[in-house]
Ligand binder design. Sequence first.
Ligand code: NAD
Ligand code: TYD
Length: 363
Amino acid sequence: MTESAGPRFERLLVTGGAGFIGSCFVRDLLARRDGRRITVLDKLTYAGNPANLAPVEADPEQAARFRFVVGDIADPAAVGLLVAEADAVVNFAAESHVDRSILDPEAFLRTDVLGVHVLLEACRIERERARKGERTAAPRLLQVSTDEVYGSVETGASVEDDRLEPRSPYSAAKAAGELLVNSYFVTYGVDVVTTRGSNTYGPYHYPEKLIPLFVTNAIDDQQLPLYGDGLQRRDWLYVSDHAGAIEHVLEHGEPGGVYNVPGEAERANREVVTALLERLGKPWSLVRSVADRPGHDRRYAMDGSRLAALGWRNRTTFEDGLAATIDWYVANEAWWRPIKSGEFQDYYRRQYEARLAGSREAS
Ligand code: NAD
Ligand code: TYD
């Protein structure tokens, strides 16, 4: 199919579409006004927030092509009905924070493994219906995965055929989800594609991850808990580039294909913190050196040749993306202040109280 023929999939089921990356995908796609329709299925966990989709609801043309269903991807009844109506499923739904997976691994298995299985079963049933002529084509499932499935990469860059060596309950659950996805391709011929994105940042990011936590804490002159020596390295990907790459793979990816989505911006955590403090005009003395994360992966890095060969290019440099992100948090306190005053406070105490009590000024 050529570009001018328009998008390949018209009715999308976007699971986890009220979260950080999923909501960006939904906002960006509907804003193109190309007739595509989206149903979001989201459980609205602590990380899911209908306010992330407010720009869609506020635009009558987009709102008419959008539907929100509150529900769990691990619920076969809810999933079965929605997959039956979809041309493609894009699965963002997950428990997504490594530190929470260390405190409470079970929810990660339920959503990131069993939930993926429920989506796959629904796709398998729809594929059978297509074979019997009960629908025109079988649905495609895109599984949104992560560079963390490769484990810590001391040198070089991971390629898609490398071994999966996850080291946290989060990344182990994501790897298990991916293995199930591949098994449904090999065994049942379900049309699947998988993306492995790197550390993503941008507006509407729940303020528990490094960048939004440190930006919002710094705005309030609160301490910034830097784990260990702060020399861990991550590859940073701007959220609209991540969402765009996912759409590109959905449209153009080979059935059964796996695609790395690197940000091409590898930085040590200390460099990221220095840059964000500089933009906010806040001092380094806010940074506290705290006890490290157990099993902390030292570095992630991926080779992006396969995705580049598919025709995708990122558009946002780390400097531009970080500036836009920080400015968004400065301008949108009404979005993040209610979040930080709710459930977040219990989590923050559990995760950081003892660490900060035993902390020292970071060198
Ligand atoms: P997020 O935590 O911001 O959002 C997750 C969303 O999924 C929330 O809206 C939540 O309510 C929903 N959800 C959770 N469990 C659900 C369930 N059982 N049923 C239905 N909905 C459920 O996550 P994110 O940062 O937007 O990440 C989205 C996806 O991208 C995840 O699969 C994650 O593993 C992957 N990923 C994230 C990053 C990153 O840096 N944030 C990088 C690479 C890959
Ligand atoms: P995070 O945003 O949690 O993403 P991930 O663990 O998925 O890479 O963390 C990014 C890096 O920042 C990681 O090396 C851990 C570190 N970090 C801190 O030093 N302090 C913090 O409070 C957080 C949340 C992360």
